[in-house]
Design a protein around this ligand. Sequence first.
Ligand code: FES
Ligand SMILES: [Fe+2]
Length: 464
Amino acid sequence: MAKQQNFDKHARFEGESYQDVLDRDSRDVPEALRAERAPYLGSDSVPASHYTSQARFDLEEEHMWSRVWQMACREDELSNVGDFLIYDIIDKSVLILRSEPDRLQAYYNTCLHRGRKLATIPGNKTELRCPFHGFTWELNGNFKSCPTPWDYQHLTAEKLKLPELKIDTWGGFVFINFNKDAPPLAEVVGPLESHFKNWFLEERYTHYHVSKVIPCNWKVAAEAFMESQHAPTTHPQIKTHITDVNSQYDVFSDYVTRQISAGAEPSPLVNRSEISEQKIVDDMMVRRYKMYDDVDELPEGLSARRYVAQCARESMNRVNGFDYETYSDAELVDSILYNLFPNFSVWGGIKPTRVYRWRPNGRDVDSCIMEIYQLNIGNTDQPKPPPAATHVLSDKERWSDAEELGGLGAIADQDMGNLPYVQEGLKATGNNEVQFANYQDMRIRQHHIMIQRFIDEGLEKKVS
Ligand code: FES
Ligand SMILES: [Fe+2]
């Protein structure tokens, strides 16, 4: 291969940066959006087999999924004492319940008698009774009774206490961890705490929750949402109103990464002189944010970005009474995606918040479950609405068949136009290598660095 000329591991897009866009904001921009952290994470490739091999999948299961904090549900899915649901990851099943008004507990979803799952559908119970032979537990995990106690005198109360997992909450999400020695969730969440302090995650309600099996490895799906360099090719219609190749990428900690693309700003790849500010407004509001129905002609002297942000402030205020006036244009219109390692992504800003979660689909290395939530701020005068039920799409249905997704459905379907073929392409590889950009794929690099770290630490522990 020819020697690379002027190789710059810190190279960036040369035109306007996201921070330059922020300089034009009509309000003060929060520190979180001014923060930048772009370490050089190397230029190594990753083996294609990391996405396709069962052996690699098994290593991830044994050493990573068993030791990471995983978002299991929203806390308001378990509002009342006795409410429970089931969170599955690979072969593991976890029963999560509210055992007291202020106490959530997570149990291995396995009867301590002969192993039936304690529950398979969510609900509300006053006790946990196994449907097989009727062994019964209190909500706090203490053994209560069985139909023939005279035959189980060899089992102590201690032996019959339901084993628990670590459980904690952040931002209205419930997280579980199989590793009893895991660091506290707050430590792992780290920078998210201060970044989200004015974005009211905890108070939001689930406006929709849609789930779909995707025929690709869970990392292929997750990583399609960790960069926006694919946007001009895969989603060419958004070029007029969302930036792409000048998106900002950050790695704030081992676990927390972020990307931001400015909204109501055209991609640097389009000829600005060919795109009017009115066109930016029309495309942004009509196509992308169908929720704002009161967009008129752009008033004289106002940029598209400022106008879209102001329309968003006013129309969202009319819906829920929340005061958006002090929030920056950026917090209302930009695509601000945070990831918490390994499989949870939450949008920042004050607009409706999208959340993504990706999990392996059972033991299948070639498929995964992707979920999209939208969390809204409810009406300030009314009690928080109950969370929307999960809408599970069949294999034949597209994201756009979930009407609640609005314009996002068609965008997600464009992503689905790649993902199965990424998985097939990875299997057909001739060199077993996947290449990453130094900057734009920085978050993906960090993702792989962390997976490898968990595997290496786990293997080391096994040997010692
Ligand atoms: S397996 Fe649960 S009571 Fe027997
Ligand atoms: Fe995409």
